[in-house]
Design a protein around this ligand. Structure first.
Ligand SMILES: [Zn+2]
Length: 293
C-alpha cells in the first residue's frame, strides 16, 4: 500500500476525470491510494449545503467530515472505490442545532455503488454475462451485482408505461398446494407474452392490477374460463370489450358436447333396437294370432 504523491496524481487528473466521469465531485489527491488491484479515489462533493435541510437557515458552520466508500466503474484493469469525504454542516439557528450532510451526486440514497457502476452492471447483464463474471470485472460481490440488477430492472419496469394490449387472457395457475396456491396469469393473446402474474385470484388483487395500469382503454377483447370472479372483473372493467371463453375451455366444452351427443345417439339407437325387437315379437305374436285364427 502506498499513497500517491501529488505530482503523480496531478499528471493523471485529466485521465481520471475523463474515465471516472465524476460530475459534482472534485478529487482530494492526498487521500488517493493504490491497493493491489484496486484504486481508492478520494473525492469531495463540489457543492456544500447552502441551507439547513431541517429549518432552512443559512447559518451553517463546518463541523467535521463524514467518509463514505462506494464502488465505482473500474479504471483501466483496476477495481475502483470512491472514498467520498462529505463536509458535515452544523446549523447555528436557535432551536435547531442539527448537523447535516449533502446528498451525494451520482449515488442513490443508501447505495453502496455509483449510478455509473449500476449502468455498467446492467450493460454487462444485457450482454449475457453472469453475475459472477460481472462481479469479477467490477470488483463487487456476486450478491451485490444480483441485488443491483434486480433493483434496476424493477426501476426500469416501474418507469415503463403500463398499457394493456388489445386482447388479454386471464386464467388461474396453481403455484403450490394450499389455499393461497392459486395465482392469476394475465397474457397478451396476440403475442403470447405474460403481462403480469398476481399472487391470488380474488377481486382485490385483480383491482390492484387495474390500478397499476396507465391505460386500459385499448382492450377490445378478454377471454377467461367460466369462473364467476373473472367474468365479473371483465364486465366491470371492460364493459365494451368482447368477452369470450378461452380456447382450452371451448375445446373441452366441444368435447363434452360431442360425448353427450354420442351417448344420446347410442341411447336412442338402443331404444330403437329395443323397440324394433319388441315390434318383431309383437309381429310374431300377431302372426301367431293370425295363424290361430
Ligand atoms: Zn437548522
Amino acid at each position: 500500500m502506498r499513497n500517491w504523491n501529488f505530482v503523480n496524481i496531478a499528471s493523471i487528473v485529466p485521465f481520471l476525470t475523463q474515465l471516472l466521469g465524476l460530475t459534482g465531485y472534485c478529487l482530494v489527491p492526498e487521500f488517493c491510494e493504490s491497493r493491489g488491484r484496486e484504486w481508492i479515489i478520494a473525492v469531495m462533493p463540489r457543492v456544500r449545503l447552502a441551507a439547513c435541510p431541517r429549518c432552512g437557515s443559512s447559518k451553517l458552520k463546518l463541523n467535521g467530515v463524514i467518509t463514505r466508500t462506494v464502488r465505482h466503474v473500474p479504471v483501466g484493469s483496476k477495481h475502483t472505490r470512491l472514498k467520498i469525504i462529505m463536509p458535515r454542516m452544523l446549523c447555528m439557528a436557535e432551536k435547531c442545532g442539527k448537523s447535516s450532510t449533502p446528498s451525494l451526486p451520482g449515488v442513490s440514497s443508501g447505495g453502496s455503488i455509483t449510478n455509473d457502476l449500476a449502468a455498467v452492471f446492467l450493460g454487462l447483464y444485457a450482454s449475457r454475462q453472469t453475475f459472477a463474471e460481472i462481479a469479477l470485472h467490477t470488483g463487487a460481490s456476486p450478491s451485490t451485482v444480483a441485488r443491483w440488477i434486480q433493483r434496476l430492472i424493477t426501476a426500469l419496469d416501474a418507469a415503463r408505461p403500463k398499457i394493456l394490449p388489445p386482447t388479454i387472457g386471464i386464467d388461474e395457475i396453481c403455484m403450490h398446494d394450499g389455499a393461497d396456491g392459486l395465482w392469476t396469469v394475465m397474457t397478451d393473446l396476440e403475442t403470447g407474452d405474460t403481462i403480469d402474474v398476481l399472487p391470488a385470484t380474488n377481486q382485490d388483487e385483480l383491482e390492484k392490477f387495474i390500478r397499476r395500469q396507465d391505460d386500459i382503454s385499448q382492450v377490445t377483447g378478454i377471454s377467461s374460463d367460466g369462473a364467476q370472479h373473472f367474468i365479473d372483473f371483465a364486465r366491470k372493467n371492460f364493459p365494451h370489450a368482447v368477452r369470450t371463453r378461452d380456447r382450452f375451455h371451448i375445446i373441452t366444452d366441444l368435447l363434452e358436447a360431442l360425448q353427450r351427443t354420442r351417448r344420446e345417439a347410442e341411447k336412442h339407437k338402443k331404444m330403437e333396437m329395443d323397440t324394433s325387437n319388441t315390434d318383431s315379437d309383437a309381429d310374431a305374436d300377431s302372426d301367431g294370432d293370425e295363424e290361430a285364427i
